[in-house]
Design a protein around this ligand. Sequence first.
Ligand code: ATP
Ligand code: MG
Length: 451
Amino acid sequence: MSEIKKTEKILGVKGMNDILPADAPLWELFENTVHTVLKSYGFQQIRTPIVEPTAVFSRGLGAVTDIVEKEMYSFVDSMNGDELTLRPESTAGVVRAALEHNLTYDGPKRLWYQGPMFRHERPQRGRYRQFHQVGAEAIGFTGPDIDAEMIMLCQRLWDDLGLADIRLELNSIGDAAERRLHRADLIAYFSEHLALLDADAQRRLHTNPLRILDTKNPAMQELVNNAPKLLDYLGEESRAHFEGVQAILRHNSIPFTINPRLVRGMDYYNRTVFEWVTDQLGSQGTVCGGGRYDPLVEIFGGKPTPAVGFAMGVERLLELMKASGEQFAPNQCDVYLVHQGQPAQMQAFVLGERLRDAGLDVVLHCASTSGQGSFKSQMKRADASGAAFAVILGEDEIARGAATVKHLRDADPAHNQHSVALEAVVDHLIDHIVGNDEHGHEHAGHIHYHP
Ligand code: ATP
Ligand code: MG
């Protein structure tokens, strides 16, 4: 274990990022948009712990998946010896919770979650050790209708976020019996071409051959392109289900391509699988993945209960939003309160509360290590805050029972400054502020002044 010297700076964990104030507005915009869209489809939020018993994942995701084999942050609780893991994904935890609290006793449930996930991967662009997902799980629904609904929900979200460059890939991986037949043929096919398999594929040949189809190794593309296709092994019911999903998508003009090689990393998937992909993020181009996982509830010891879900990678979507060029830099506040002298400071506190009562965002100038700050330095801060107005309380103002209201975004000294009686300051500002930014937030940093 490496020790940190007392005088050395302590840095954060590699691959686990701080989200700084400059990025916070973008996160908020994303989260608010997601919440609105999920709510508009009747999804209800569920919040499960970040730590689960390791068995939730080793049983739920399957022992030979990438995540369980090598990506989990697992540890033994030193207090009681329990084996625990930082969640690498949320589906298993949500299903665990749904069963534990018998959530589907009165019918199927549309659930969603958000939060940090943890995977021990090599950090790189779009791939972190702590990253964030928003996901949804519809538990207890059988038909292709809910699969299509969830896909359409994603499409609506991309539209609302202004992301045009995300396309849908769709596949069906059938049920366990269909996959068994295909698997036997797949192993036979790859065995005939053993020399063409890379080390990873050779390792997976008898454990998880389906995942070989997912390889990113360019040298193996032709081999996997010609491999037996799972789609050709689907029985009547799986085929009808897949057709059903496609029919709804077509009817609603949701474009998609069928990618017969699309499989998902986890063991629990069956039938419909899908990914939303972009070309703008290099090799980390999948922004959302999902599918049906009918067997999972039973794997956790519950009654057979069909389900479908998806999870999106928030960091990758935010990168896309940034690339789209829109500016997300709202102001820190509407009003910056500048004051000089103790009576003015007292008055500034009172006025600040009244302005907040009226719904305005207010920053009250506070002393720093360099002191209270001259009038000039306070005005500099006011400017930097992005506020539309500075409200100034000096000794003169207090003597007059008034405040000086200065419009900071108006350079014309002829009308950018007014003396306003203290009782009238709130009304004066409300009269002059119209909050109507394009995202529909009140006063969210787009304030217009009408002198
Ligand atoms: P990949 O093939 O990129 O490793 P995955 O199949 O492991 O993805 P899922 O488990 O399906 O990913 O997670 C859903 C989404 O979460 C991904 O499509 C991606 O957008 C995001 N994601 C997964 N792992 C990471 C990570 N380490 N850092 C950032 N985002 C991630
Ligand atoms: Mg992965």
